[in-house]
Design a protein around this ligand. Structure first.
Ligand code: G3P
Length: 218
């Protein structure tokens, strides 16, 4: 499974990149607004080291302005995916951008039918928000499983990008469900490394070894 980082803080992305977790980056208006930086400056800096897709989200909600933004964002880097909302205007823009060869990431997806419509219209990726579904007592991972089934039934090539990830369990569950990608908040990415038995086991090894020198370093 490919892992993206869901952040607009470049330093957080850089740290995750050093640990092999950055196959791409997703941003959204809320994440960018939390940085107090210009969107373009953030993307320029990410583009210096992120080789995978960087998702840049349109602000416009109407077809024409979405297209104008999308065509501009597509020039912002070597591998930009334009994020469009799962709305009727978003789908109209998706169809036009597909014909222009611009990568797209359809965001705010909460149902199989929405994911089906996005795939039929040529979406490069769809972002089901599993955490927000769980937050409302629904089954976010179950949605990934159902979209996987539908996409495989009909050979859709759209990538499932599990989003709104809340914890490390979400990551392993969407991987088991066959999600192509998961976009990880930096704190979730970091917590994936840890297990108390690993720390305890390492401590026990070192205790048993005592103060002997390493055989490789004599
Ligand atoms: O960036 C899209 C998605 O990951 C946002 O998740 O945490 O705002 O529900 P969240």
């Amino acid at each position: 499974m490919r892992t993206y980082i869901d952040s607009a803080f470049v330093d957080e992305v850089r740290e995750a990149d050093e640990l092999g977790l950055v196959d791409g980056v997703t941003t959204n208006p809320s994440l960018v607004s939390s940085t107090d930086r210009e969107y373009r400056d953030i993307i320029d800096e990410l583009d210096e080291f992120v080789e995978g897709p960087i998702s840049v989200e349109v602000i416009a909600t109407d077809y024409e302005d979405m297209l104008e933004e999308a065509r501009e964002y597509d020039t912002w880097g070597d591998n930009i995916a334009v994020k469009l909302p799962m709305t009727r205007d978003g789908m109209r823009a998706l169809r036009t951008l597909y014909d222009e060869g611009i990568q797209t990431n359809i965001t705010l997806v909460f149902s199989v039918n929405q994911a089906l419509i996005a795939a039929k219209n040529g979406a490069t990726m769809v972002s089901p928000f599993i955490g927000r579904l769980d937050d409302n007592g629904h089954d976010g991972v179950g949605l990934i499983e159902d979209i996987r089934t539908v996409y495989d039934n009909y050979g859709f090539e759209t990538d499932i990008l599990a989003a709104s990830i809340r914890n490390p369990r979400h990551v392993q569950e969407v991987a088991k469900a066959g999600s192509d990608i998961a976009t990880l908040p930096p704190e979730v990415a970091d917590s994936m490394f840890d297990h108390p038995r690993t720390d305890g086991g390492l401590e026990a090894f070192l205790d048993d070894w005592g103060d002997r020198e390493s055989p490789a370093l004599k």
